[in-house]
Design a binder for this molecule. Structure first.
Ligand code: HEM
Length: 517
């Protein structure tokens, strides 16, 4: 009897397991049937071969075929791509929390101190704390305002350098070079109070080279992030390059922190000096009442500096370069913007930031540039933390989310004449870029949206306004507007253009006025 009882138990258990397997297989195949539409994946590669060199464009073409929500397998990574404002709202507002994670990636691991930064760190208590530090202390409106004179000075330095490089209007200048230097200098002064020359780093690598290499590895496609068994082979050599540049960056960041600590120890502070971001972070690290779970240490400060450099430099310069290119292609827009500025400030003084807030047309130009040329066209990848149903579709956990803001900006269902550069479309409209209006979200939105919006916008608006206020611009040949996909999407070829001075005072005298004033 006892033996029979055991047999019954085993049979019941077996039946239960079989039923469970049937239910599981049925429900998962039902779930799979509910996945969003998308092309059939190849073995191992999945749909990777469809991305090409310009993934945002390839994904926009796929969205035309499959619709605004698209399911792909990139290697082994389940990926959902959304390409309409309504879908973006569903994912980034309604289901914001589920998609607030970032996927694990080589960049976060090898460059960003094993995901200790803000941008590439997983969602959780650590990210919340670091993010709070950014939004409540580092990138507040007050802090942004405190760096106003830094931006104004650096923009004037750029104007001067452009005029000198062109030998007073004789030659074209490499605007990309000037803009990169401008945003580098502004960002460096914001976090460390000073700029850096090329001979300051150890190991024979210049500061500019370090930044270029950081941007190059950050924007590179890493096959091992998608086909996991290839991770260890480091086929493209990217992991090795990340480690090398990480070491150089680490030495640089250590030096910045040491400089600040020494200055504090020696009490050699100028009392009127505006606090930079490293000061703020050190204050926080030293404060007895650190109520935070994670005590701020050197590694956290270094990871934040890294984020600021990666996230803050190229995004702004790329946007200004695109805006200038569109103005050169659309001279009537350039002229109208110049007239607007001139009617406000005349031609005998430089602009200050306060002036720019009254330049409505100029700000429409910036919005129109973000619409056609968002510098981060797929935002940063998000990742789902649990099963989720969006618009009736099943989205498995650990699905990567890409939001194609580039495609959204060119969607004829949303914008009239979408390929036309027409800033007038924004005149009198309240549409802004800060994440309320889902048709225009170049900074993302929601929990993972960009915390540096005010800083980014104030750099872009002031620099663009001053470039067209001080100079007329001409190009010798047809402008090429092709794109290059990296950490941002700049023009494939740098913009060269010839400036001519348009202020009423001569160049020399206007700088003399500045020096004495
Ligand atoms: C034109 C300028 C800028 C643009 C277009 C831009 C755009 C973006 C975008 C698209 C994201 C990802 C949003 C998402 O995944 O949903 C992002 C994240 C971020 N940005 Fe910006 N950004 C700009 C300037 C800046 C500046 C100046 C800073 C700092 C000084 C900054 C710091 C960050 C950080 C820390 C994150 C990560 C946020 C997180 O994951 O929690 N950005 N930015």
């Amino acid at each position: 009897m006892e033996w029979m009882g055991e047999g019954v138990t085993i049979s019941l258990l077996g039946a239960a397991i079989i039923i469970w397997i049937i239910v599981y297989v049925q429900s998962s195949s039902r779930s799979l049937r509910l996945l969003p539409p998308g092309p059939r994946p190849w073995p191992v590669l999945g749909n990777l071969h469809l991305l090409g060199n310009l993934p945002h464009q390839a994904l926009a073409a796929l969205a035309k075929k499959y619709g605004p929500i698209l399911f792909l397998r990139l290697g082994s990574v389940h990926t959902v791509v959304v390409s309409s404002p309504a879908m973006a709202k569903d994912f980034l507002k309604t289901h914001d929390l589920v998609f607030a994670n970032r996927p694990n990636c080589s960049l976060g691991k090898y460059l960003c101190y094993d995901h200790k930064d803000v941008a590439y760190c997983a969602y959780g208590a650590y990210w919340r704390q670091m993010r709070k530090l950014c939004t409540m202390e580092l990138f507040t409106v007050k802090r942004t305002e405190s760096f106003k004179s830094v931006r104004e000075e650096e923009v004037i330095t750029m104007v001067r350098s452009i005029w000198q490089q062109s030998e007073e209007g004789i030659h074209s200048v490499d605007l990309r070079g000037s803009l990169s230097l401008l945003t580098q200098n502004i960002v460096c002064r914001m976090f460390s109070g000073r700029t850096f020359s090329d001979d300051e780093l150890n190991g024979g690598v210049g500061f500019k080279d370090m930044l270029s290499e950081m941007a190059a590895v950050a924007g590179a496609f890493v096959i091992g992030d998608y086909i996991r068994f290839l991770e260890w082979f480091d086929l493209e050599g990217i992991r090795r390059r990340m480690r090398v540049v990480q070491k150089i960056f680490d030495g640089f960041a250590e030096k910045v922190i040491d400089e600040h600590i020494n200055r504090r120890r020696e009490k050699s502070e100028d009392e009127n000096r505006v606090k930079d971001m490293v000061d703020v972070l050190l204050d926080r690290a030293e404060s007895e009442s650190q109520s935070m779970e994670v005590k701020i240490s050197r590694v956290h400060i270094k990871a934040i500096i890294l984020d600021i450099l990666i996230a803050g430099v190229e995004t702004s310069s790329t946007t200004i370069e695109w805006a200038m290119s569109e103005l050169l292609k659309n001279p009537h827009v350039l002229e109208k913007a110049q007239q607007e500025i001139e009617s406000l400030v005349g031609r005998d003084r430089f602009l200050v930031e306060k002036d720019v807030t009254s330049c409505e047309y100029l700000r429409c130009i910036v919005r129109e540039t973000f619409r056609l040329h968002p510098p981060v066209p797929l935002l940063l990848p998000h990742e789902s933390m649990e099963v989720c149903f969006v618009d009736g579709y099943y989205i498995p956990p650990k699905t990567m989310l890409l939001v194609n803001v580039w495609a959204m900006g060119r969607d004829e269902n949303v914008w009239a004449d979408p390929l036309q550069f027409n800033p007038e479309r924004f005149m009198g409209k309240t549409t802004d870029v800060k994440g309320q209006d889902f048709e225009l979200i170049p900074f993302g939105t929601g929990r993972r949206g960009c915390p540096g919006i005010s800083m980014g916008l104030s750099i872009v608006e002031l620099a663009l306004a001053e470039l067209i206020h001080c100079f007329d611009w001409s190009v010798e040949c047809e402008l090429n507007m092709d794109e290059f996909f990296g950490i941002t999407v700049p023009k494939k070829f740098p913009l060269f253009s010839r400036p001519s001075w348009r202020m009423s005072k001569k160049y020399d005298s206007i700088f003399d006025i500045k020096k004495s004033g």
